[in-house]
Write a protein that binds this ligand. Sequence first.
Ligand code: 4AD
Ligand code: MG
Length: 479
Amino acid sequence: MARIKIKELLKSTAYGSEVTVKGWVRTKRENKAVAFIALNDGSIITNIQIVVDVPSFDEDTIKLVTTGACIAVTGTLIQSQGKGQTVEIQAKNINILGVSDPEKYPLQPKEHSLEFLREIAHLRMRTNTFSAIMRMRHAMAFAVHKFFNDRGFVYLHTPIITGSDAEGAGEMFRVTTLDPIKPPLTEDGKVDYKQDFFGRESNLTVSGQLEGELGATALGEIYTFGPTFRAENSNTTRHLAEFWMIEPEVAFNELEDNMQLAEDFLKYLVNYALEHCKEDLEFLDARFKKEEEKKPQAERAELGHLEKLQFVVGHPFEKVTYTDAIAILKDSKPFKKGQFKYPVDWGIDLQSEHERFLVEKHFKKPVILTDYPKQIKAFYMKQSEDGKTVRAMDVLFPGIGEIIGGSQREDVLDKLVSRAAEVGIDEKHLWWYLDTRRFGNCPHAGFGLGFERLMLFVTGMSNIRDVIPFPRTPQSAEF
Ligand code: 4AD
Ligand code: MG
């Protein structure tokens, strides 16, 4: 018999019909007369209940139905007597597809810590929490494509292996096929990358932006969505060494258009989650509430998880310049009481404590900070008339900090070249990028959304290692 997914079955009212489900056993409760099996197949967070008339089954088969085992069940769909479920299956036949030794299976039917589950990331997707997160990750990835597709953007596949760190976005992972012990050397004793696979030094990409700009100045509106690699040694709950980034780039857009696109995009994604991930979000909302209750009253979030998502969709983001933000910070209680760990001065890079104060305490909503000092931003950002700031924007989210970074791009060739030189980037590595400014130049703008930071926000999880199936962080690349 063809297998039916539990998600479909739970909507069915075809009582009396015969169905087959396949999945993994979450729990089994039994006495001499009857056994109840909770089965999950990953299609939805809810389990289907299988009712087994014990005396009419082979004892050995029932014994093998243990937490973690994979089984196929054929039986009659019946209206459920119990609370909390609509249908269940009266089993006629149970086929053990894969046994699971209950003594050794690491996932017991009880609550496990997230730390423990990270150590068994190969199995953690079989829990409610992680299956909900992975289904939502899929829904969000789909929504990203839908948003841009509906607006006529072209999905551009930018390379993962690159020949330059033109971005200056962070430390890079080298890609090489040279012998690590005895690499060929040049006459002056340096590694001779001319003999390497690509005939030059190459790395994993830190961003698809520069190639994205080439696409935008040909196709008008593009976006990238791919893996991104940064070898910075920051062991935080917000950083991964391998993460996914979405980078739209739009010809003829200026900073204001860019801000509007970012706000529309984020609201669309959060709204999509609210509309399409109801069961998973309700589960994660309840989970969030339980976690909050473990915290002291003063540290608890003001809003529940779902309330927070609804709030973000329903309110305009606050737009503030960096200069005004510094003034707000200098005028703040924590600053005056010396409670910030890091200094606040015009020209500094804002620390997460400052960002969180602005978003969570001062404005109490998402904030788009603009017009940063040029010294702390990338060379490609458009310089303003004031000679001090660039047309940059960071979108800051409650509980997350920076979720998006972007800018209008410098379109004046001379300014771009001299700024690149100032930060030590050799023009000759960028000839192809600079050609966009030489041939058919136009104003353009774009930004990058960290997909896992978005996932933190929509799931209410607090560690970025828990919103990607197999996290890559310093000293950790298992699985
Ligand atoms: O601000 P970033 O470095 O911007 C860029 O890479 C630009 N090229 C984007 C553009 O204008 N096209 O990174 C963009 C976003 C950050 O706001 C953050 O959400 C995420 O990428 N991000 C990380 N996420 C997880 N782990 C890391 N190590 C991250 N570094 C950045
Ligand atoms: Mg940034």
